[in-house]
Design a protein around this ligand. Structure first.
Ligand SMILES: C[S@@+](CC[C@H](N)C(=O)[O-])C[C@H]1O[C@@H](n2cnc3c(N)ncnc32)[C@H](O)[C@@H]1O
Length: 211
């Protein structure tokens, strides 16, 4: 795609985010993923890893609030929602959302999860990404390492039949990570949302129905 078209698309999503009141254009990536995979179906307990500035938390809250009404039936539902966002950087406060400033790879994160949710989670999201150096090979290796750490958190805390969305980078070890996801979920897909920057190698791995 020519550089000026690319810039135009990126400006478009930036302006759209501002207009709709989201903290970042990433909101549209998650909404796109939701349209395609319905990851928020009956999701009330949600963990978001790598949350700053917070647009995935905003989108999660919208769907969780909607779910309280939408799924108020005889099947699995809850009368309240709980959302927790984790980041190394400080997340600016959001009403009814717990935010934790912590490196997600730290073991102490498990205490935070246990004490806040006191139950298994319906959905775990991760848009966390390593600090890129620009060297695609090592960046993708390091991102996949982070994804494996996130998968451990998912395995321990996500309920059976729960869903997850994890940002990864395409590269040498991507297939290894994808295969590990397949062992843990009945359905696994990779997807590049429309609003994802075209030149980037980011790709989201979506796991539905945890085994
Ligand atoms: C692309 S941003 C997330 C944007 C967010 N989803 C939103 O919609 O506003 C990636 C975030 O991951 C965080 N991050 C990267 N590695 C992390 C780690 N090990 N622990 C916690 N947060 C991490 C970064 O600080 C950064 O804020």
């Amino acid at each position: 795609m020519p550089e000026d078209h690319k810039q135009h698309r990126e400006d478009h999503f930036y302006k759209k985010a501002k207009k709709q009141g989201y903290r970042a254009r990433s909101a549209f990536k998650l909404k796109d993923i939701q349209r395609k995979f319905n990851v928020f179906k009956r999701a009330f307990y949600i963990l978001d890893l790598g949350s700053v500035p917070g647009s995935w938390l905003e989108v999660s809250k919208e769907f969780a609030e909607e779910n309280l009404e939408k799924y108020n039936d005889q099947h699995y539902h809850r009368t309240h929602y709980k959302i927790m966002g984790v980041d190394i950087k400080k997340v600016s406060p959001l009403e009814n959302i717990k935010t934790v400033r912590m490196d997600l790879t730290r073991l102490e994160l498990q205490n935070e999860i246990d004490s806040y949710f006191q139950d298994e989670l319906d959905l775990i999201l991760s848009d966390a990404s390593i600090k890129k150096t620009g060297i695609k090979f090592s960046d993708s290796v390091n991102q996949v390492k982070l994804c494996f750490k996130i998968l451990q958190i998912v395995k321990k805390n996500l309920k059976p039949k729960g869903a997850t969305v994890i940002k990864c980078f395409q590269g040498v070890d991507f297939n290894k990570f994808y295969r590990s996801m397949k062992k843990g979920f009945q359905s696994v897909q990779s997807y590049k949302p429309k609003s994802s920057k075209k030149g980037s190698n980011e790709i989201y791995v979506i796991g539905i129905n945890k085994k």
